[in-house]
Ligand binder design. Structure first.
Ligand code: GUN
Ligand code: FE
Length: 451
C-alpha cells in the first residue's frame, strides 16, 4: 500500500469539550496505515509544494483525494459494548426485564452458536453489518462456546475489523443447555480462546481477547476468582462485564453476594476484576461509594443508552455528565441485541435523550450532553475505555488511520444541505439525521473495509 492522501475537511475530538473542525487540511497516511502528517489550513494550490516539503514523492500527487463540499473525514466509531451472537436477535423482547429477557430470548438464541457453521454465518453478517455502519472497533461478547468465539476472531481478522473478543463466562443461573459445565471448564475454554487470538494476531495488530464474565449472577465465586487470576497473569488483556444495569439484576446480585452489601464495585474488585483495563457496561445506578471506587480504580464505562431504555426494566438514564465531571472514562455501546439499533449514530442520539432525562431527574444538576460531547464518546472516549487511545480515537499524527469518509450529499434521508450551511451545521445534520448511506468509505489501519 502506498501513501493515501486526503485534502479537505477533517473533524475529530481532542477531549470531551474539544471538537476540532479543520476545513482544509491535508492528511497523509503512510504505507503502514499510520497518520504521518496532518497539516491545517492548506489551500488546494499549495498541496504539491507542501507534499514535496514533507518528502513525499511527486508521483503521490495524482492519488490525492480532494474532498468536496459536504464530504469530510471523521475517526471510526468505537462500540465499547456489543454481543456478537445477539446480532441475530435484535429487536426481540424489547421492554422485558433483564433476567426474563435473558432466559426467554437471549439464552435460547446464544445456545445456537454451539453450531460452528451457524456461528460463521451470523458472525460474518454481524461484522459486515458493523463495518458498514462505521464501527471500526468493537468490544464483543461472544457466546460461551470456545469454537464459535475463535470463529468470531478469525472473521474480524479476515474482514479487517479492530476488535476485543471475549468468550462469555457463565457457569450458573442459566439453563442447563446454555451454561459452562463448571468453573474449570469455563477457564480452560477461556485460555484456549486467548491462545487462539494470540496465534492468529501475535502482535495484537487488530485483535485482543477480553476476559468476559457475563455478570456476577452467572458466575460462581470460583469462576470469578479464576478470571481474576487470569487477569493478573495477563496484564495485556482487557476485562468486561455488566455492571449495575437494572434493579432486577442488582437485587439478585445482592442476594447471591450479601457480603458486599449491594456494592458491585466491591464485588468485582474483590475478585481482581476492576482496574484501568475494565470495561463496565451500563453503570445506570451508581452509589457515591461506587462512583468514587470506579474513578479511583480507573475503570471505563460503556454507556448503552438504547438498551437502557428498551430491555432491562424501566427507564435507565446513566449519570454520564457525572462520569465526565469526575474524569471517569466513558464511551458508547450499541449493546447489539438489547435495544433496537446497532448504529453508533443512533446510540449518540439516544445518549442525548438519556442525558436530557437525567438533567430533569437530577433537578438540573447533570446538564444534558451536547453534540461535541456525543461525538467524543463515540470516538476518543470509546478508544480510552478500550485502552486503545494511544493508537486510535482521533487523527493525531502517529495514530493508526481508522476513519470514515462521510458524504452528506449521498442519496439517503439526511437533512438536506443549504447553500449557506457552515461545516459545523453540516456535521450536526449528519450526526442527528445521517445513516450508513452517508458513511461512504470505512478505513481501519488505512485499509478500506466497507465493501
Ligand atoms: N446482563 C447479562 N447479560 C446481558 C446481556 O446479554 N445483555 C444485557 N443488556 N445485560 C446483560
Ligand atoms: Fe450487554
Amino acid at each position: 500500500m502506498a501513501y493515501q492522501i486526503f485534502h479537505g475537511t477533517v473533524i475529530h475530538s481532542l477531549g470531551p469539550s474539544d471538537l476540532i473542525i479543520l476545513e482544509s487540511a491535508l492528511l497523509v497516511v503512510g504505507a503502514n496505515g499510520k497518520i504521518i502528517n496532518l497539516v491545517e489550513d492548506t489551500p488546494k494550490d499549495k498541496v504539491p509544494s507542501i507534499l514535496s516539503s514533507l518528502d513525499i514523492p511527486s508521483s503521490a500527487l495524482r492519488d490525492v483525494r480532494y474532498l468536496t463540499r459536504g464530504q469530510f473525514l471523521i475517526p471510526g466509531f468505537v462500540d465499547t459494548h456489543n454481543h456478537a451472537p445477539q446480532w441475530a436477535q435484535r429487536g426481540l423482547g424489547q421492554s422485558m426485564h433483564i433476567l426474563d429477557w435473558l432466559e426467554q430470548v437471549t439464552f435460547p438464541n446464544e445456545a445456537r452458536f454451539r453450531d460452528p457453521a451457524y456461528a460463521r454465518r451470523v458472525y460474518s453478517s454481524c461484522v459486515d453489518g458493523f463495518l458498514k455502519q462505521g464501527i471500526t472497533t468493537a468490544s464483543y461478547y461472544g457466546s460461551l462456546h470456545a469454537e464459535a468465539t475463535k470463529i468470531l476472531a478469525d472473521i474480524c481478522l479476515e474482514k479487517g475489523q479492530r476488535a476485543l473478543i471475549g468468550k462469555c463466562n457463565m457457569d450458573r443461573n442459566a439453563p442447563e443447555y446454555y451454561r459452562d459445565a463448571n468453573a474449570a471448564a469455563s477457564l480452560a475454554d477461556t485460555e484456549d480462546c486467548i491462545a487462539h487470538v494470540r496465534r492468529i494476531d501475535p502482535e495484537g495488530v487488530l485483535l485482543k481477547h477480553v476476559l468476559t464474565p457475563r455478570f456476577a449472577i452467572s458466575c460462581s465465586p470460583e469462576l470469578l476468582g479464576g478470571l481474576g487470576v487470569l487477569a493478573a497473569a495477563n496484564t495485556d488483556l482487557p476485562i468486561q462485564t455488566h455492571f449495575n444495569e437494572a434493579e432486577q439484576e442488582m437485587k439478585f446480585t445482592q442476594e447471591l453476594f450479601p457480603q458486599f452489601k449491594g456494592s458491585e464495585a466491591d464485588l468485582y474488585a474483590h475478585y481482581g476484576l476492576l482496574g484501568e483495563r475494565s470495561i463496565l457496561a451500563h453503570c445506570c445506578h451508581m452509589s457515591e461509594h461506587e462512583m468514587s471506587r470506579v474513578a479511583e480504580l480507573g475503570c471505563g464505562v460503556a454507556h448503552c443508552p438504547i438498551s437502557n431504555m428498551t430491555v432491562g426494566g424501566g427507564f435507565m438514564a446513566a449519570p454520564v455528565r457525572e462520569f465526565l465531571r469526575r474524569g471517569i472514562k466513558v464511551g458508547l455501546g450499541t449493546d447489539s441485541g438489547g435495544g433496537f439499533s446497532s448504529s453508533i449514530l443512533d446510540a449518540m442520539r439516544q445518549a442525548l435523550v438519556a442525558s436530557n432525562a437525567r438533567e430533569v431527574m437530577s433537578g438540573g444538576e447533570h446538564k444534558g450532553l451536547n453534540i461535541g460531547e456525543l461525538f467524543y464518546l463515540a470516538t476518543l472516549g470509546g478508544a480510552k475505555v478500550c485502552s486503545l487511545d494511544s493508537r486510535i480515537g482521533n487523527f493525531e499524527v502517529g495514530k493508526e488511520f481508522d476513519a470514515l469518509f462521510i458524504d452528506a450529499n449521498a442519496l439517503g434521508v439526511m437533512t438536506i444541505l443549504d447553500d449557506e450551511d457552515s461545516i459545523r451545521t453540516i456535521f450536526d445534520k449528519f450526526v442527528m439525521t445521517g445513516d450508513d448511506r452517508n458513511i461512504k468509505e470505512v478505513y481501519i489501519r488505512g485499509r478500506s473495509v466497507k465493501s
